[in-house]
Ligand binder design. Structure first.
Ligand code: ATP
Length: 191
C-alpha cells in the first residue's frame, strides 16, 4: 500500500521551512510520495492577495527539481475558487484507491481543524502529521482527528517574513533555494 503525503499551503513563496518539513515527513513516516498542493485561495486567508498561481507554481517546481519522491499538484489551482482539503483528499482516494494518506499540517493550524469543511469525514480519510513550528506549543489533535507529531527540523521562517524582507530590500538567499531566490529576483515578485 503506497504511503502518500499531501502538503497543502499557499507556498507564497516556498521556503526552506517547507522543504525541511517535507524531508522530516518522508523520513519519519516512510512516505513513498509527497505531493505539494498550492492552494488557489485558502478559506482562512480570504483577505490575502497571493502572488499569481503561475508564479507560485514555477517557484515550487524550481525548489523540487530533482527530488523524485516529491511532486507538485496544481489541482486546487485548476479548480479555482476557495480550496477545500476534503475535495483534494477525495481526488487522491479516487486516483490511488489502495493508498494510505497522510496530511501535513503546521502546529499553528491544528486548533482550526474542526472548522475545516466536512471535518468528520476528513478525519476518517487521512492521518495528520503535525509539523512543529518554533514558538508554537505542541498541541494534541482535536477529536476526532488522528495523527502524530513530526520531530522536525523546526525552522523559524515563514513566507510572510520572506515577503517582508523582499519589500525591505533585505537578502533572502539563506531562506529559499538559490533557484527560487533568482526567479523571485528576475520576475520582480513581492516588491
Ligand atoms: P504565511 O507566512 O504566508 O502565512 P507560511 O510560511 O506559514 O505562510 P504556508 O505556505 O501557508 O506557509 O504553509 C503551508 C504549511 O506549511 C502550513 O501548514 C504551515 O503551517 C507549514 N509551514 C510553513 N512554514 C513552516 C516552517 N518554517 N516550519 C514548519 N512548518 C511550516
Amino acid at each position: 500500500m503506497p504511503r502518500i503525503g499531501l502538503f497543502g499551503g499557499s507556498f507564497d513563496p516556498i521556503h526552506f521551512g517547507h522543504l525541511l518539513v517535507a524531508q522530516a515527513a518522508r523520513e519519519e513516516c516512510q512516505l513513498d510520495r509527497l505531493f505539494f498542493i498550492p492552494t488557489a485561495q485558502s478559506p482562512f486567508k480570504l483577505e490575502a492577495s497571493l502572488a499569481p498561481a503561475s508564479e507560485r507554481l514555477r517557484l515550487l517546481r524550481l525548489a523540487l527539481a530533482g527530488q523524485s519522491s516529491c511532486a507538485v499538484d496544481d489541482q486546487e489551482i485548476l479548480r479555482g475558487g476557495i480550496s477545500y482539503t476534503i475535495d483534494t483528499v477525495k481526488d487522491y482516494i479516487r486516483r490511488f484507491s489502495t493508498g494510505k494518506f497522510f496530511y501535513l499540517i503546521g502546529a499553528d493550524h491544528v486548533q482550526q481543524l474542526p472548522r475545516w469543511r466536512d471535518a468528520p469525514e476528513l478525519a476518517r480519510l487521512v492521518e495528520f502529521l503535525i509539523i512543529p513550528r518554533p514558538g508554537e506549543m505542541q498541541r494534541q489533535l482535536p477529536e476526532p482527528f488522528q495523527g502524530r507529531p513530526l520531530k522536525g527540523f523546526p525552522l523559524g521562517v515563514s513566507a510572510s517574513q520572506i515577503r517582508e524582507r523582499i519589500r525591505g530590500g533585505l537578502p533572502i538567499d539563506l531562506l529559499v533555494p538559490r533557484t527560487v531566490a533568482e526567479a523571485i529576483h528576475n520576475n520582480r515578485l513581492y516588491l
